[in-house]
Design a protein around this ligand. Structure first.
Ligand code: GDP
Ligand code: MG
Length: 164
C-alpha cells in the first residue's frame, strides 16, 4: 500500500490548485464559485522516488455555512482515518480564520502527522511575516507555500517524504 497524503482545509484556500500541481495534470476542478459538493479525488504521484497517493478533499464546497462546516469536519475525520500524512492548507493572505481553528481542533485530536501549509505565499521574501501567526494553530510542521506559483513545494514534499 502506498502512503496516503490528504489535503484538507476550508474552501478557497487553494487545495485543488495544490493537488493539480502535485499530480501534474488538471483533474481536480478549481472553482471560484462554490455551490455543489463532490467526491474526493485520489491520484498517484512520487517525489524523489517515494510513491504516494494524494487526496483532494472538498470538491466543490456547499454554499450553506452550517452544511459546509459539517462537510469539512467529515472530510477532516475521513482524512485523519485514512491518511498517513495530512496537508492542512490555510490561506496566508487571509490570516487565521475561525474555520481553520475548528479544523485544527479536529486534526489535533489524533496523532497523525500534519504539515500546516500556509498557502498563497506567492512572494516568499515579501510575505514571510504572514506565516508566523499560523504557529498559533499548534502544529509542529509548518511551511509557507504557493500551490499556484509552485513556491516551496519541493521543501513541502521533502517534509512529506521524511514522514512517510
Ligand atoms: P479550494 O477550494 O481549497 O480547492 O481552492 P482552489 O484551489 O479552488 O482555489 C481557490 C482560489 O484561490 C482560486 O481562485 C485560485 O486561483 C486561488 N489560489 C490557489 N492557490 C493560490 C496561490 O498559491 N496563490 C494565490 N495568490 N492564489 C491561489
Ligand atoms: Mg477544491
Amino acid at each position: 500500500m502506498k502512503p496516503i497524503v490528504a489535503i484538507v482545509g476550508r474552501p478557497n484556500v487553494g487545495k485543488s490548485t495544490l493537488f493539480n500541481n502535485l499530480v501534474g495534470d488538471k483533474i481536480a476542478i478549481v472553482d471560484d464559485a462554490p455551490g455543489v459538493t463532490r467526491d474526493r479525488l485520489y491520484r498517484e504521484t512520487e517525489w524523489n522516488g517515494t510513491e504516494f497517493v494524494v487526496v483532494d478533499t472538498g470538491g466543490l464546497e456547499p454554499r450553506n455555512n452550517e452544511f459546509m462546516m459539517t462537510k469539512i469536519k467529515e472530510q477532516a475525520e475521513v482524512a485523519m482515518n485514512e491518511a498517513d500524512v495530512i496537508l492542512f492548507v490555510v490561506d496566508g493572505k487571509c490570516g487565521v480564520n475561525p474555520l481553520d481553528e475548528e479544523i485544527a481542533y479536529i486534526l489535533r485530536k489524533k496523532n497523525k502527522p500534519v504539515i500546516l501549509c500556509v498557502n498563497k505565499i506567492d512572494n516568499y521574501i515579501e510575505q514571510q511575516n504572514e506565516i508566523y501567526e499560523f504557529w498559533a494553530l499548534g502544529f509542529e510542521h509548518l511551511i509557507g507555500i504557493s500551490g499556484e506559483h509552485k513556491v516551496n513545494l519541493g521543501d513541502m514534499l521533502d517534509m512529506v517524504t521524511d514522514i512517510v
